[in-house]
Design a protein around this ligand. Structure first.
Ligand SMILES: [Zn+2]
Ligand SMILES: [Zn+2]
Length: 251
């Protein structure tokens, strides 16, 4: 199994998970034109994408999903609450239910409920059936629940949100209402929350850590990188950014 990102942050997210001839796209917050430009370097044709898995309806994740799925006849898998919010009438829609795994080729996908200010937000764990490897994706989460700790323990790879530095958010340019939203219990994970999360989960098998959904206004990739490197028990991170994302990482 391998993972790549076309870009990560509040101006658009799209992540690829692939194993053999199965290609899954998690979210697409980019316009069709930008998506095609960004997809180019991965040498994937859009009509070879087997499914789009949509985490929630916020524009940085869903903004480019409708046109992509319609133009290339890609099935859309998402929670019913998210489907209602993005008005997917006419699409090849398949319902995701938290806690109910579904299988694409040799990849089993487990949707996990997270606290975020959307209708029915989900994040995912990917299990490669033929070798047992597990990859988790966790962004757009306001706080860490016991359920999330249990679900995301004992992974081989983890893409984790490091959204904001608390001091930068407080003193930064966002209006007060947006600061409250981002920093609230249904907003995003701060650097400290994500570090605390890494201390709570079992990371003994973790060989790949990707820091993602890093705010360009309230955080820096350098801060995130140096904070994670202070933890002895986790590998040095790959840090995803808005423009490039990151290239294929094999798990
Ligand atoms: Zn987001
Ligand atoms: Zn969101």
């Amino acid at each position: 199994m391998r993972i790549a990102s076309l870009g990560s942050g509040s101006r658009g997210n799209a992540t690829l998970v692939q194993h053999r001839d199965t290609t899954l796209l998690i979210d697409n917050g980019f316009s069709l034109r930008k998506f095609m430009q960004r997809l180019d370097r991965f040498e994937i044709e859009p009509d070879s994408i087997d499914a789009v898995l949509l985490t929630h309806e916020h524009g940085d994740h869903s903004g480019g999903v409708a046109r992509l799925c319609a133009n290339y006849s890609i099935p859309l898998w998402t929670a019913v609450g998210t489907a209602r919010a993005v008005l997917i009438a006419g699409f090849d829609y398949h319902r995701l239910v938290a806690g109910q795994a579904i299988t694409f080729g040799q990849i089993e996908v487990l949707p996990v409920t997270v606290p975020h200010d959307a209708n029915e937000p989900l994040q995912f764990i990917f299990h490669q059936i033929d070798n047992g490897k597990r990859l988790g994706i966790l962004t757009d989460t306001g706080h860490v629940t016991r359920h999330i700790v249990d679900a995301f323990s004992c992974l081989d790879a983890l893409l984790l949100e490091f959204n904001y530095d608390a001091e930068m958010l407080t003193s930064g340019p966002y209006p007060e209402s947006l600061k409250q939203r981002v920093g609230g219990s249904h907003g995003h994970l701060s650097n400290q929350q994500s570090l605390e999360f890494l201390r709570r989960i079992d990371t003994s098998s973790l060989s790949c850590l990707i820091a993602a959904h890093i705010s360009e206004k309230n955080n820096t990739t350098a801060i995130v990188d140096s904070l994670i490197r202070q933890l002895d028990e986790v590998p040095a991170p790959v840090v995803a950014d808005q423009e490039i994302g990151f290239d294929w990482i094999s798990i």
